[in-house]
Design a protein around this ligand. Structure first.
Ligand SMILES: [Zn+2]
Length: 112
């Protein structure tokens, strides 16, 4: 099976990356909020599991993120805010994500 990149941007569009309306870059601690361009390292535990964001960077720091394990990808996008008036809570999501790098993942043992 050859992994395709196109579906990835769809499955992670709007994924929740942080609670509240602001967060910080995992590297330089710059404050990030709605509208900021960001890069996120996302992970997938196995082929059948969902991609989940594990690190969030400002755009500048995100360039330095390297991928070295299967099931990881680096995506660029911008932050948006979702507000749930019912529960009076809000969270940040990744909008219009574009895959930058996808680790060639889930190769069977022996295949290179
Ligand atoms: Zn940063």
């Amino acid at each position: 099976m050859i992994p395709t990149i196109a579906p990835l941007s769809q499955v992670i569009d709007g994924v929740r990356v942080a609670e509240g309306t602001t967060t910080t870059c995992d590297n330089c601690q710059q404050q990030l909020e709605e509208g900021h361009p960001v890069r996120s390292r996302i992970e997938q535990q196995s082929l059948v599991e969902e991609w989940t964001p594990c690190r969030l960077h400002c755009e500048r720091c995100g360039y330095q993120e390297s991928l070295n394990t299967p099931g990881t990808a680096l995506v660029a996008g911008r932050l948006g805010t979702v507000r749930d008036t019912q529960t009076q809570s809000s969270w940040l999501v990744l909008l219009e994500p574009e895959p930058i790098t996808v680790y060639p993942y889930w190769l069977s043992p022996g295949s290179k």
